[in-house]
Structure formats: structure tokens, C-alpha cells
Design a protein around this ligand. Structure first.
Ligand code: MTE
Ligand code: MO
Length: 315
């Protein structure tokens, strides 16, 4: 990953709903859209858009979520550029309706599901999770979704399905970043079947009680809170059940830097930087770094998935 120096993220408070879309970024987007001949989303389109959610025992309590401003303006979404603020400026180009997710491979019920049906498959839960990027920064994000295992049960994988692959949209007409990046598109990620079945693995449709902002992976992404952020593919169009470990984008890019597992592990440094601590995005200047926890703090829930595995070898 192109790791850049901290670019002066200012301490922020939880952002009121009314300034969700930074007006300047919005105006830039609207102006750019006018030139490009496409419509930018109106601010009204984002209002009155609350999702009905239920509480979840899997949500963290007693933690302060990162501000909506930071969650939506400090992003990795290389399809829209490699700078942290590119997705907030460029992702209005993404058209999230109509949207179909194709479920393929070793399943009894392969199908193409419309995003709105997928969203209604199970009650949406609010789940506040820690989120740790491999670049040694972290956030706390109030996601909205349901356990991915619910979808797995619905489509009934065949016994030979051992892994799940997630594939993101790769449309150069909507995603300017596809043109100049060296990455092999589409973005591809994967999980072992037991990881995919773990209740913490969240099929994610929203955050802060509303549909996902485009820059965070609308209309649907996966979130795996005990793994580095790049495991969580955004704007998913294909979910494939496969026999063999699928290829993954960052592993293709640098196999000695990004493994298939990518469990958060403070004891296994990235070849170019330490993973022992993390920069807390939006924190006050006195609390900017904190120790990174094994499995990002989810050790009690997930360590049993890796019993007997050498996690320094299978990083
Ligand atoms: N399709 C796609 N998914 C992606 C990425 C990407 O570039 N493209 N970046 C990953 C990385 S490195 C991180 S840290 C998270 C960032 O999610 P966020 O911007 O919503 O915090 O998305 C992940 N999913
Ligand atoms: Mo990341």
C-alpha cells in the first residue's frame, strides 16, 4: 500500500447530521459532475434516509465512534484514486441503483440478487466495530448490516466450497482510479469458509444509521473486524464460493507484505513499518497513538479459528 505521512487530520467531534457532506466537497463534486455531464447526488437525497436497525450484542459499548467527517473523508478506495481524500471527491460518480450482486460458484442456489432484496433479507443491526488499516491507523465505525453467515445459509454452499471470494465493481466509466493504478482490477478479496461464517463478519449496507456513503463502499461491502481493512472489499458485485484459496488484490501486489489471512497482529510487523501501535484518526493530540491489540481486540471471539497455525507464517 502506498503509505503516506499523516496529512494533518484534525481532532474532530462527532459530526452533526447536517454537515455530513462537507459542503465544499459537495460543491466541488457538483461542479465536476456538471462538467462531466452526470448528476451529483443532492444533499436532500441523503436526508430522510435512516435505516431501521436493531441493537446487536456484537456491537462494542463504551467506545467513542470516529466522526462521520473522518469516516467519509479519510478513505482507501483506489478505484477513486490513491489519496485519502480522493474517494470523498470522486465517488459521487458511482451509480448504486440499480445494483445486482451475483452469487456464484459452489452453491446450491446461485443467484443474482437485487441490492434492495439483499438488504431486506435479515433485520439490519447496528454494530460498532474497531477498524484497523494495515497502514497503522484505526477508527471506530458504527456499521449497519447483518452477519454474512445469514446469506451463506440462504444460498447453501456445496461441501466443496472452502473459500469465499468477494469481487468489487470495476467500471472505468464510474471509477477514474482504474485508469492509472498498477493494481490488477477488479479488486478481489477472500475468506476461508469458517471465517466467512463467523458471526462478526458483517455484510454491510450502512454506517451511522444511513446507507453507506459511496466512498465507504456503497451499496454493499464486507467488514471483517479482526483483519486489516483491505480484507473488506467495497462495492461488491460478485460473491463466489470456491474450492481453492482465491487470489487477492494486495497479496498479488506484494505477497511478502500482504498475506491472505491479514489478521491484525501487533507481533508481526509489516516489512516497511511496525504494527505494534496505531494512529487513532480524529483523536485528540494527546491520545494519537495506541497499542494495537491481537486480532484487533477480537481475540476471545476469533482466536479459535487459528488454533495450531503459525500466525507469523500465515500472516
Ligand atoms: N474495492 C475496494 N475495496 C477496498 C479498498 C479499495 O481500494 N478498493 N481499500 C481497502 C482498504 S486498504 C481499507 S483500509 C478499507 C477502507 O475502508 P473505509 O475507507 O470505508 O474506511 O477498504 C478496503 N476495501
Ligand atoms: Mo487499509
Amino acid at each position: 500500500m502506498l503509505k503516506r505521512k499523516s496529512s494533518g487530520v484534525q481532532p474532530t467531534e462527532i459530526t452533526p447530521r447536517s454537515v455530513y457532506l462537507n459542503r465544499r466537497a459537495f460543491m466541488t463534486g457538483a461542479a465536476a459532475a456538471a462538467i462531466a455531464g452526470v448528476l451529483a447526488p443532492s444533499e436532500e437525497a441523503y436526508a430522510d434516509n435512516r435505516l431501521t436497525t436493531v441493537k446487536s450484542p456484537l456491537s462494542l459499548t463504551g467506545v467513542q465512534p470516529t466522526s462521520l467527517q473522518d469516516i467519509t473523508h479519510y478513505n482507501n478506495f483506489y478505484e477513486f484514486g490513491t489519496n485519502k481524500d480522493d474517494p470523498a471527491r470522486e465517488a459521487y460518480r458511482l451509480k448504486t441503483r440499480p445494483w445486482t450482486v451475483s452469487i456464484e460458484g459452489k452453491v446450491q442456489k446461485p443467484q443474482k440478487i437485487d441490492i434492495d432484496s439483499l438488504m431486506k433479507l435479515r433485520p439490519l443491526e447496528e454494530r460498532i466495530y474497531r477498524f484497523r488499516c494495515v497502514e497503522a491507523w484505526s477508527m471506530v465505525i458504527p456499521w449497519v448490516g447483518y452477519s454474512f453467515s445469514e446469506l451463506i445459509k440462504e444460498v447453501q454452499p456445496l461441501p466443496e466450497a472452502k473459500f469465499v471470494q468477494f469481487i468489487s465493481l470495476d467500471d472505468p466509466n464510474q471509477m477514474p482510479g482504474l485508469r492509472f493504478s498498477p493494481i490488477s482490477w477488479p479488486y478481489s478479496e477472500g475468506l476461508r469458509m469458517d471465517e466467512a461464517m463467523h458471526p462478526l463478519t458483517l455484510l454491510t449496507f450502512g454506517l451511522y444509521g444511513e446507507p453507506l456513503p459511496n466512498q465507504d463502499g456503497a451499496p454493499v461491502r464486507i467488514v471483517v473486524p479482526w483483519k486489516y481493512g483491505f480484507k473488506s472489499a467495497k462495492s461488491i458485485v460478485k460473491i463466489k464460493f470456491v474450492e481453492k484459496q482465491p487470489h487477492t488484490t494486495w497479496n498479488d501486489q506484494g505477497p511478502n507484505e500482504y498475506g491472505f489471512y491479514s489478521n491484525v497482529n501487533p507481533n508481526k510487523d509489516h516489512p516497511r513499518w511496525s504494527q505494534k501501535t496505531e494512529r487513532v484518526i480524529g483523536a485528540s493530540i494527546f491520545k494519537q497513538r495506541q497499542p494495537t491489540l491481537m486480532f484487533n481486540g477480537y481475540e476471545d471471539q476469533v482466536a479459535n479459528l487459528y488454533t495450531g497455525m503459525d500466525l507469523k507464517k500465515y500472516y
